[in-house]
Design a protein around this ligand. Structure first.
Ligand code: UGA
Length: 400
């Protein structure tokens, strides 16, 4: 076993280290292991406090650049989180979405196949496609996939992600694992429109923005679609279960330029759902829960918080929007093979996320400006640097 958490010679490459999941994974790797990190992103907004960390090296670049791909693939473990993953962009920017979610990860997979690195690729629960409202558990190895018609460009993203999965599985010599996230939520998710991003973020950030602005949350097509919301801290715990299971190979060879030597690992050549089937809600129920939690955070009557309104998918997102009506993950495979099961209940997920959102974006009684939000990221980091850096639970783990 060479992937010991206390082994200082291990370096993990995290592509997309500045994003929502990247922020939490980077923090946990620094906190829970002695490893080094090679982090790649175009935006380091969320991780300003890590830029001078002596165990980190950062590269501003993306997978469109072959030189960046080659550098990443030198590391023995590569986690690829980079993606355009907000549905509002799947219609108007379908070609860019496909390039970012197929061409670029395919190039990385080819480089990892050559170097012998273990590639952990973040795919999506959206590859299960246009699921109906009576669809049952989505199983990694037996559920058939039905995507919508080509005119419904919503499916550009899922098509590209699915092709990447198939390409990885078909590449000779590649050590790969695919992760399919089911609606991860938590602090640092997405952005607030008009403050630190433009357009429509995913539902949790969008509803949080509406609540903070005192505006009604918008229920697309009546809010009847269902999702299983999963704490990002559970997602990070999944990654540690995966790292532990992936230890069946020589991990120090790629950097040293030596010969590869593999033993088999249960984590290789597998796709895993990462989700929490106990946290299933319709989007209309999500809005009502968030309304109540927001009222309790602010200490106001729930009646004073605007009631949600309905809007059509096409009016809201544009022509070509379509939806999955239910996404219920089967989680038995991760439990059986990795000993992992997500455990954070829905109200705790929502309270954590919303509390952070309110503190981060509501400054001196008003919605924050872009500068306020950026300053608040550094303030979060300063405030947290005094906390226990050896804690083992993802949630309490804060690396300075
Ligand atoms: C998105 C991505 O496309 C997936 O790849 C990703 O795995 C998933 O998020 C995720 O976070 O795991 P989706 O669940 O459809 O998929 O994304 P959201 O934008 O969060 O939408 C969830 C539901 O809420 C949809 O039915 C949508 O129509 C609805 N919605 C969204 C609203 O009713 N109001 C809003 O303001 C935003």
């Amino acid at each position: 076993m060479n992937l010991q958490f206390n082994d200082r010679s291990v370096t993990v490459a995290i592509v997309g280290c500045g994003g929502f999941v990247g922020y939490h994974l980077l923090n946990a790797v620094l906190c829970r292991t002695k490893w080094r990190v090679f982090g790649v992103d175009l935006d380091f907004y969320r991780i300003q406090d890590k830029l001078n960390n002596e165990r980190c090296e950062f590269l501003c670049g993306d997978l469109a650049d072959p030189a960046v791909v080659e550098r990443i693939a030198k590391y023995p473990v590569v986690v690829n989180l980079a993606a355009i993953c907000t549905p509002s962009r799947y219609m108007a920017e379908a070609a860019a979405v496909i390039r970012s979610n197929y061409d670029h990860p395919a190039a990385l997979a080819e480089a990892c196949a050559k170097s012998g690195s273990w590639l952990i690729h973040f795919s999506t629960s959206e590859i299960y496609g246009r699921t109906a409202d009576d669809s049952g558990l989505l199983d990694e190895d037996s559920t058939p996939v039905v995507l919508g018609p080509v005119a419904a460009s919503r499916w550009s993203y899922a098509t590209a992600k699915l092709l990447t999965e198939r390409y990885m599985a078909g590449l000779s010599g590649l050590k790969w694992t695919v992760v399919r996230p089911f609606n991860f939520v938590g602090p640092y998710m997405d952005f607030m429109p008009g403050v630190d991003g433009e357009g429509i973020p995913r539902v949790l950030a969008n509803f949080s923005s509406a609540l903070v602005r005192g505006e009604p949350m918008k229920l697309v097509n009546g809010g009847v679609a269902r999702r299983c919301f999963t704490s990002v801290y559970d997602a990070v715990d999944f990654m540690f279960a995966l790292f532990a299971a992936g230890s069946g190979r020589q991990l120090n060879m790629a950097e040293a330029g030596g010969t590869s030597e593999f033993t088999d690992s249960p984590a290789y050549s597998q796709a895993f759902n990462v989700g929490n089937p106990d946290n299933e809600l319709t989007i209309a129920e999500l809005a009502q829960r968030m309304r109540k939690i927001y009222a309790s955070i602010k200490g106001v009557a729930v009646e004073s918080v605007p009631v949600p309104v309905e809007v059509s998918g096409e009016a809201y997102y544009g022509v070509g929007y379509d939806d999955s009506l239910r996404r219920l993950p089967s989680v038995g495979k991760a439990e059986r093979m990795l000993g992992f099961r997500a455990a954070t209940p829905i109200d705790e997920c929502l309270r954590d996320s919303l509390t952070w959102f309110v503190e981060h974006y509501f400054v001196d009684g008003a919605v924050a400006s872009d500068e306020d939000a950026a300053a608040s990221f550094s303030k979060d980091a300063t405030a947290s640097s005094g906390k226990d850096a050896t804690a083992s639970s993802g949630k309490n783990c804060v690396a300075g």
